[in-house]
Design a protein around this ligand. Structure first.
Ligand SMILES: *[C@@H]1O[C@H](CO)[C@@H](O)[C@H](O)[C@H]1NC(C)=O
Ligand SMILES: *[C@@H]1O[C@H](CO)[C@@H](O)[C@H](O)[C@H]1NC(C)=O
Ligand SMILES: *[C@@H]1O[C@H](CO)[C@@H](O)[C@H](O)[C@H]1NC(C)=O
Ligand SMILES: *[C@@H]1O[C@H](CO)[C@@H](O)[C@H](O)[C@H]1NC(C)=O
Ligand SMILES: *[C@@H]1O[C@H](CO)[C@@H](O)[C@H](O)[C@H]1NC(C)=O
Ligand SMILES: *[C@@H]1O[C@H](CO)[C@@H](O)[C@H](O)[C@H]1NC(C)=O
Length: 654
């Protein structure tokens, strides 16, 4: 960050050819808001759950499978010529995890053999404590060796011996800890388990549920990856929508994300056939979602399955009741008291206190899959039946319909439900839609939003950008401003999707990018915009006068009772800077305000590239003083975003 005094900034700015924009903010006449709006949707897309936020390091840890994804040895390799194969031992580790890995010597008996995992395309090895476990079946007298080692050299970073408790015909869990003495130079590492084949009765052992965790966010067992969780936390999120997205709907009615399958010991989680091309472990289950929301201090928007799947099939009206009951049970699991049927399950799992849950969304993008039948049935019976049942049981829960008044053939959102709008747009579209919500009385959330397509392309068929890019981010900021100025009716603004594992990238526009190596965790240009906007929550909008385009803006009061103005500058005449005057009614001359200005690279397509680690977004903070009429003067370059706030922490005096 660059800190400048106002005089320096003004001196540095060239005299502009562009006409100045005068903006005046009235002291009264606005609307109260919910104040805290910014957040995100998380679903497991492109390994953003498994291999992303969920900290498990071992890929394919339990050989889980589904119709689409057969059991496989993906990510596993033999060590010392072992013969490894998928087995279906009897007894199985559990009904839920029937497949295992069989490890035996391929030649004559004897010698140290084993198997290794390459992680989610690498394993981050640092001087920290790793906690692992694995289950074994088969008689073995001797020791197991577990180690973290380089995949490129012979270097072993940490190794430990575990005395075998393994016996025939029974699964026995073994626990281990590894503390590397040094950081590995890169993430090209594997986790290996070996044993002495001579000590195994048949020269062969079955293994399952092989797991290894680094330290996790807030120290949660089975928890989240620290660097990613922190990069999300720094966005000041207050709203969290989960578990999807398409993931919630599932491929067909038999394959929906059944929250009940995601509870309890990992050995009883069978996993889920993800709609994004891989088998999910379900290690990141409902309780993990709830605890993550609690740890991040976010309000939840819980998506419940609505009886529509991605293949367009819909549960008929006379068969819907069991699904409604299931959603009621799910809500009871989240917020029922510890003596209720499902609340007691939650208590058993270690969280007796009910979670706070005030927003429940019925399904996801009902206007899309199976259109028009899906959408019609949603309007006719599915939404009303779910809504009535949930509100009868929980009158304080706000119901969110998973569509907006603007979606295909619209929806008259039945009171008191809230709509959900999902603009994935070109940057220019956010200008065109600037007034979209100005006259919509029905409250909405913006449950998913980002700039995805470059200007000039034709709609959804046009060119998807490869990364969040600067003009896309500024266009997106104009969208955020358009929602904030209707913040009395727009209750939440959520980025989606948020994460993309760089090894698995088709959906390229995410607020963060990551890989096994935390050094590659990259805050995109969107991240900087969202961080700034969310850092100054408006609790009351104020009427603003001033000409729109190229500047788009909103103003209001914050919880510190300060006055804030947020603006984005799009394309300007001849690319010139725009002189701006923001006058707040009732502000005394000499009042100070902090101006935070985000500017980008010369190239509007510039982006934050994980390979170079260079941040193209420059943040400049300046203290301005109000003139005689409470006016603050500054300039905004083309494609820039600014927040002016009369409350700021004094980090300036030295
Ligand atoms: C490896 O094990 C499989 C299954 O038991 C067996 O069919 C195969 O012949 C073995 N391969 C070697 C090289 O021992
Ligand atoms: C692992 O090493 C290979 C070969 O040098 C390299 O191509 C690859 O990028 C490395 N992967 C990671 C995750 O470092
Ligand atoms: C659950 O029931 C027990 C016994 O009836 C009672 O003491 C306790 O307060 C109840 N707990 C809750 C959370 O309602
Ligand atoms: C703004 O400029 C970009 C080129 O940088 C262009 O693609 C886009 O269409 C322009 N939009 C408007 C509204 O002028
Ligand atoms: C990533 O997600 C997209 C959906 O956005 C999916 O089409 C694609 O197959 C996934 N890519 C990989 C490599 O799994
Ligand atoms: C306040 O709400 C009213 C009614 O929705 C609207 O007409 C007016 O523009 C809003 N004012 C501000 C400053 O948001």
């Amino acid at each position: 960050m660059v800190f400048l005094r106002s005089a320096a900034l003004i001196a540095a700015c060239a005299v502009s050819l562009v006409s100045a924009v005068d903006i005046s903010v009235q002291a009264t006449g606005g609307n109260k808001t919910r104040a805290y709006q910014y957040g995100f949707l998380h679903e497991d897309i492109n390994n953003s759950g498994d291999g992303g936020l969920y900290a498990e390091l071992i890929r394919n840890r339990a050989f889980q499978y589904g119709e689409k994804f057969p059991a496989s040895l993906e990510a596993w390799f033999p060590v010392n010529g072992a013969n490894i194969s998928i087995s279906h031992p009897k007894p199985a580790l559990s009904d839920e995890l029937p497949a295992a890995i069989n490890v035996k010597s391929s030649g004559k008996r004897g010698g140290q053999i084993g198997f290794a995992n390459e992680g989610y395309w690498g394993i981050n090895v640092k001087k920290q404590k790793y906690s692992g476990s694995f289950w074994v079946k088969g008689t073995y007298k001797g020791q197991f060796t577990a180690s973290l080692q380089s995949a490129l050299t012979d270097e072993v970073f940490a190794s430990t011996k575990i005395k075998s408790k393994a016996v025939a015909d029974e699964w026995v869990e073994h626990k281990l800890e590894l503390i590397p003495k040094k950081d590995a130079p890169n993430s090209n590492n594997t986790f290996a388990i070996t044993f002495n084949a001579a000590g195994a009765k048949d020269g062969s052992l079955d293994f399952n549920l092989i797991s290894l965790f680094p330290p996790t966010y807030k120290g949660r067992k089975n928890g989240m990856r620290i660097d990613i969780a922190e990069a999300l936390e720094e966005l000041h999120p207050t709203f969290f929508r989960f578990p999807g997205g398409n993931m919630l709907e599932g491929d067909n009615i038999d394959n929906w994300w059944d929250w009940k399958d995601t509870l309890g010991p990992l050995r009883h989680r069978k996993g889920f056939q993800n709609t994004w091309g891989y088998q999910m472990t379900n290690g990141f289950g409902l309780l993990e979602y709830l605890e993550f929301a609690e740890d991040m201090n976010m309000e939840m928007i819980l998506g419940v399955y609505s009886g529509l799947s991605l293949d367009g099939n819909v549960v008929p009206e006379d068969e819907l009741q069991p699904w409604i009951d299931d959603a009621l049970n799910q809500i009871e699991f989240v917020r029922g008291d510890a003596n209720s049927t499902w609340g007691s399950k939650r208590a058993e799992l270690g969280h007796p206190e009910p979670f706070k849950l005030e927003f429940v969304e019925i399904g996801n993008e009902e206007w899309l899959a199976g259109y028009p039948h899906g959408w019609e049935t949603y309007k006719q019976y599915r939404l009303p039946m779910f809504m009535d049942a949930i509100r009868a049981a929980y009158p304080d829960i706000n119901i969110i319909a998973s569509g907006s008044v603007f979606d295909q053939n619209g929806i008259d959102i039945p009171e008191p439900a809230i709509g959900d709008y999902h603009p994935y747009r070109k940057p220019d579209n956010f200008l065109e839609e600037f007034n979209l919500f100005d006259n919509v009385a029905t409250p909405h959330i913006i449950g998913e939003v980002s700039s995805t397509h470059v200007n000039g392309g034709i709609g959804w068929e046009g060119q998807l950008a490869k990364w969040p890019w600067w003009i896309g981010s500024v266009g997106g900021a104009i969208g955020l401003i358009s929602y904030e100025r209707n913040a009395d009716r727009i209750l939440g603004i959520l980025y989606a999707p948020i994460l993309r594992n760089l090894e698995r990238s088709q959906w390229d526009i995410t607020i963060l990018q990551h890989a096994a190596d935390p050094a590659l965790t990259t805050r995109s240009t969107d991240w900087y915009i969202w961080e700034l906007m969310a850092a100054h929550p408006i609790i009351e909008t104020l009427p603003v006068k001033g000409e729109l385009d190229p500047l788009f803006f909103v103003a209001g009061k914050t919880k510190q009772d300060s006055l804030v103005w947020k603006g984005a500058c799009y394309n300007t005449t001849e690319h010139a800077n725009v002189p701006v005057t923001v006058s707040f009614e009732g502000v005394a001359a000499g009042t100070q305000a902090e101006l935070t200005l985000l500017t980008g690279p010369k190239d509007p397509y510039g982006y934050n590239d994980p390979k170079t680690g260079i941040n193209v977004v420059e943040t400049t903070k300046t203290i301005l003083e109000a003139g005689e009429d409470g006016e603050f003067e500054f300039e905004m370059p083309e494609l820039s975003v600014a927040v002016l706030d009369t409350y700021f922490e004094d980090t300036y005096s030295e």
